[in-house]
Every structure is written in structure tokens, then in C-alpha cells.
Design a protein around this ligand. Structure first.
Ligand code: 0PR
Length: 384
């Protein structure tokens, strides 16, 4: 830090120079991210409430109430309006909280997860001293339920299933896993960080998607992140539990807080109230109808990509998209070579296990897809 401060105009000038290197969602070049440009209304509300701290709830009782209502709206989307939960820093924190609760409720140390689980499950296991075993996925990307069953042992605390995998947006057979969890009396966590704000609307739009939420009696906790398909500014993750009992292992008393003694249940102490407020505001503003429209549009564009890919001789879909995530693979051409050329043309795409992953987020428009498909075709022609 310099001894003397700089005037604000100069600071802003230097900052904008440095940040020029960042990509923007509006450029349409970001095709491999599960985040998006925040909805302008959520952004406006968020900016107004930066001082709110849910870490000292007694000082911000209004914000506490708003968080409770935001959680209730999220929980009703997950078929259980009274499910307790919190707006947290993201899916990683939510997943850690779920496994922490499962470990201490059952006093067991093993977790069986789908091989396609997000890295945050590996992080959670490492942090919590859990033995993580992974069940393979089928060719379609869903966890193999028989393999999960075989991996369960006397020390199993939880099964982690995914509703909207990071790589392909696939939904595990959660109804069957729910039965399994009930029969072994273990915790079933559903990581719907991405899919949780897609699947309920897909259902309403008439897509055939399996049940994944608290409707299934074996589901004990759900991660669902408003800062992904919810279009709320980062950070806004969500964790929900079936019952209050699950919160007990997470409960820590902070007797000295200036707003009065309070229990904290999240990993972070100081916690942005603005996040919970922005979730509340955007859910109220858009309603189910608004989110349904967003999901419908993302799916229209996803289907356009799917049709276009199938028309390219050397390209094919890894599988029929379940939600707005598309995996593209190539015959006789190395995926890394294609990805490299796409990146050189400015596209920010991910490569996973031999395919390119496109996430059709709300910032992706038809013109971006048209340009991307044209580039992809050109690159594949060059690769002959
Ligand atoms: N669970 C699932 C199924 C996820 O896909 C993710 C993140 C998480 C948990 C963890 O969520 P947080 O990152 O909020 O802690 N999935 C994205 C991914 O790994 C995260 C992301 C988002 C990465 C935007 C890059 C990006 O540009 O692809």
C-alpha cells in the first residue's frame, strides 16, 4: 500500500485498464460457465444492502426474516416449504455443510458419491476427514445405482447424488437412491447446485424429468444455488435440509455478538445479507413464470445447438441434453485441438473427459450460438 492515497478518478482509470482483460458475459464468448450476468434488478437490490451482515443476526432482524422467506421460496421449489436452510457462499459451502451434518448425525465416516460429482465433494471429504468412494456412471452419465448399493457399508454416512451434473447436466436416478437411503437409514444429499433452478421449471414446461427433491422421502438435504441459474449476484448458494434435527451438528453459539447471542450454522461467520436480500427480491420479481421463461429460452437454444451438432459430419452429442448443458465430441479429431482453436477465436469453453461442454446460460443469445457453430464447422473443416 502506498503512503499517500490516489484520487478516485485515477484509481478508477487504473482499475478499468486492468480489468479490460476480463471477459464479459454480454460478449457472448463465455459458453462454458455455470454463472451468468446477474439480473439487473437483483444487482440493484444487492448494491443497496452491502452493509447487512447475517453473521450478527440481532443487528439485522429484517434481513434475517428476508433470508427465512427466501429459503422458504427455495424450499417450496424443492417441494418442502418448511425445509430449514441458509443462503451461503456457494455450492461448495452448501455441500460441505450437508456432509458435515450427515457425518455427525450418524457418527459415520464414509461417503458414496457419483463419479461425476463436483470437486467440492472431494474438498468436503478432505476437510471433514471422510472416506470418499465413487460409484461409476453409466454411458449416459447417471450414477450406477447397483454400484452405489455395493459400496455402502456399516460406516456409510451419506450418498451424494447429482441433479444436473457439472459436466453434462444429467440427473441421477434419485428416486431409486432415495429408496436405498431409506432402507439403509443413511443421509441422501442431492447436489442440485445447478439443476435445482432448472428442473422444477423443465417439469412445468412439460419436459419429462425424474423427481429429485424432498418429494422423495429419502432426500435429506439439497444444494441449490441462486448464483447459477437463479441469476442472483455472486455469492449466493443455497443449502436446505429436510428437518431441523440436521442443523444440530452445524450449530455454534456466539454469545458475545452485539445484536445479542445467536447461533450460526454456516461456515462463514460474517455473511452477506445482500445475497439473501437479492435472492428474495428476484424470486418475488420473476416468480415461477419468469424463471420458466428463462429456462424455456435456454432450452430452445440448447436444442438448436443439439440439432446443429448432429448435422456436422465429424461432431456428435455425447448424449441428448437433459437440461441446458451440451457435450460435443468428435470423430477422428482430438477434442483438445478443436478446443484450442475455438479458444484462439475467443470462445471460453470447457473440455471435460474428451468432450467440449457448452452451458447455455441466460446470457447466451441466438447470435452467439450461430457464430459459435459457424466457427466450429470451419475448424472441423480445417482439421480434415
Ligand atoms: N455442485 C455442482 C453440481 C456444481 O456444478 C458446482 C459448481 C458446485 C457444486 C460448486 O459450486 P460453487 O462453485 O458455487 O461453490 N459448478 C461450476 C463448475 O465447476 C462452477 C463454475 C461456475 C465454474 C462458473 C466456472 C464458472 O465460470 O463448472
Amino acid at each position: 500500500m502506498d503512503e499517500r492515497g490516489m484520487n478516485q478518478a485515477e484509481v478508477l482509470k487504473q482499475l478499468s485498464e486492468k480489468l479490460k482483460r476480463d471477459l464479459t458475459y454480454t460478449s457472448g464468448l463465455i459458453l462454458g460457465s455455470m454463472c451468468t450476468k446477474p439480473h439487473p434488478f437483483a444487482k440493484e437490490v444487492f448494491q443497496k444492502h452491502l452493509e447487512k451482515n447475517l453473521g450478527d443476526p440481532g443487528l439485522f432482524q429484517g434481513t434475517v426474516e428476508v433470508e427465512r422467506e427466501a429459503i422458504c421460496m427455495l424450499a417450496s421449489l424443492m417441494s418442502k416449504p418448511d425445509a430449514p436452510g441458509f443462503i451461503v457462499s456457494g455450492g461448495s459451502e452448501a455441500n460441505i455443510l450437508a456432509l458435515w451434518s450427515a457425518r455427525d448425525k450418524l457418527n459415520k465416516r464414509q461417503v458414496v458419491a457419483s463419479a461425476s460429482c463436483h470437486a467440492s465433494i472431494d474438498k468436503a471429504a478432505a476437510l471433514l476427514g471422510l472416506k470418499l468412494v465413487k460409484a461409476p456412471v453409466t454411458e449416459e452419465g447417471e450414477v450406477d445405482v447397483d454400484a452405489v448399493r455395493r459400496l455402502i457399508n456399516d460406516d456409510t454416512a451419506a450418498i451424494v447424488s447429482i441433479a444436473g451434473t457439472t459436466d453434462l447436466g444429467v440427473i441421477d436416478p434419485i428416486p431409486e437412491l432415495s429408496e436405498l437411503a431409506l432402507s439403509y437409514d443413511i443421509h441422501l444429499h442431492v447436489d442440485a447446485a445447478f439443476g435445482g433452478l432448472v428442473i422444477p421449471f423443465l417439469k412445468e414446461l412439460g419436459y419429462k424429468v425424474p423427481d429429485f427433491d424432498f418429494k422423495l422421502q429419502g432426500v435429506a438435504s439439497i444444494t441449490v444455488d441462486p448464483h447459477k441459474m437463479g441469476m442472483v449476484p455472486i455469492p449466493a448458494g443455497g443449502i436446505l435440509f429436510r428437518d431441523e434435527e440436521s442443523l444440530k451438528p452445524l450449530s455454534f453459539n456466539l454469545p458475545y455478538l452485539s445484536g445479542g447471542p445467536a447461533l450460526q450454522y454456516t461456515i462463514t461467520g460474517t455473511r452477506p445479507g445482500a445475497s439473501a436480500i437479492a435472492v428474495w427480491a428476484l424470486f418475488k420479481h420473476l416468480g415461477r413464470e419468469g424463471y420458466r421463461k428463462v429456462v424455456a429460452r435456454c432450452m430452445e437454444l440448447t436444442e438448436i445447438i443439439a440439432i446443429e451438432v448432429e448435422r456436422i459430419p465429424k461432431a456428435r452429442l455425447v448424449r441428448k441434453p437433459v437440461m441446458n448443458v451440451v457435450g460435443i465430441t468428435f470423430d477422428g479429431v482430438k477434442v483438445e485441438a478443436v478446443a484450442e482453436k475455438l479458444r484462439r477465436r475467443g470462445w471460453a469453453i470447457s473440455t471435460v473427459r474428451g468432450f467440449i461442454r457448452i452451458v447455455v446460460m441466460p446470457h447466451v443469445k441466438l447470435r452467439h450460438i450461430t457464430r459459435f457453430m459457424r466457427d466450429l464447422k470451419e475448424i472441423l473443416r480445417e482439421e480434415v
